[in-house]
Design a protein around this ligand. Structure first.
Ligand code: HEC
Length: 136
């Protein structure tokens, strides 16, 4: 009898878990819908840039949208580039000096082996994607 009771308890637990999942399904699909609609606001170039930034460029590990992680936030970078009319593509090709945080330049430089091999289209896409975060 004791055995039966514990089996029953386990069953109740399992079915509770299932309930929880069902409930969370709705808000989850809501978030998906939101991120999709942001994505559709991006141009094709910005979308490609996002793929590279979060994919083979691996930029996202050090650069987040609003907060400094290892590198400055994307918003901080774009603010300074906009203010100083900087040439981000030239920087990423190793042809322009850092203007955001020169003291940490050595850390960023380790990525040039990736960025120097971007095609012009890929470079433009990454720049477009980053500038997408510029506060308007
Ligand atoms: C290992 C961490 C790291 C990764 C990965 C990384 N960055 Fe950085 N990045 C930094 C740091 C630290 C700085 C601040 C130093 C500086 O300003 O040069 C920086 C600065 C920058 C700047 C501003 C440069 C300036 O003028 O000062 C740009 C633009 C940038 N990163 C783009 C990228 C892109 C695009 C990628 C992906 C291809 C990338 N970063 C990947 C760490 C990283």
């Amino acid at each position: 009898m004791k055995h039966l009771l514990s089996i029953f308890a386990v069953l109740v637990l399992i079915s509770c878990k299932k309930e929880e999942k069902k409930e969370s399904l709705y808000p989850e699909s809501m978030t998906e819908a939101t991120s999709e609609s942001t994505a559709t606001k991006m141009t094709a170039s910005e979308t490609l840039g996002q793929e590279i930034f979060n994919g083979k460029g691996n930029c996202h590990t050090c650069h987040k949208a609003d907060k400094k992680v290892i590198g400055p936030s994307i918003k901080e970078i774009t603010k300074i580039y906009a203010e100083q009319n900087g040439d981000m593509a030239a920087f990423l090709r190793g042809k322009a000096d850092p203007i955001v945080d020169p003291s940490q330049y050595d850390v960023m430089k380790t990525n040039f082996y990736i960025t120097k091999h971007f095609t012009d289209e890929e470079m433009q896409a990454v720049v477009d994607y980053m500038m997408y975060f510029q506060e308007k």
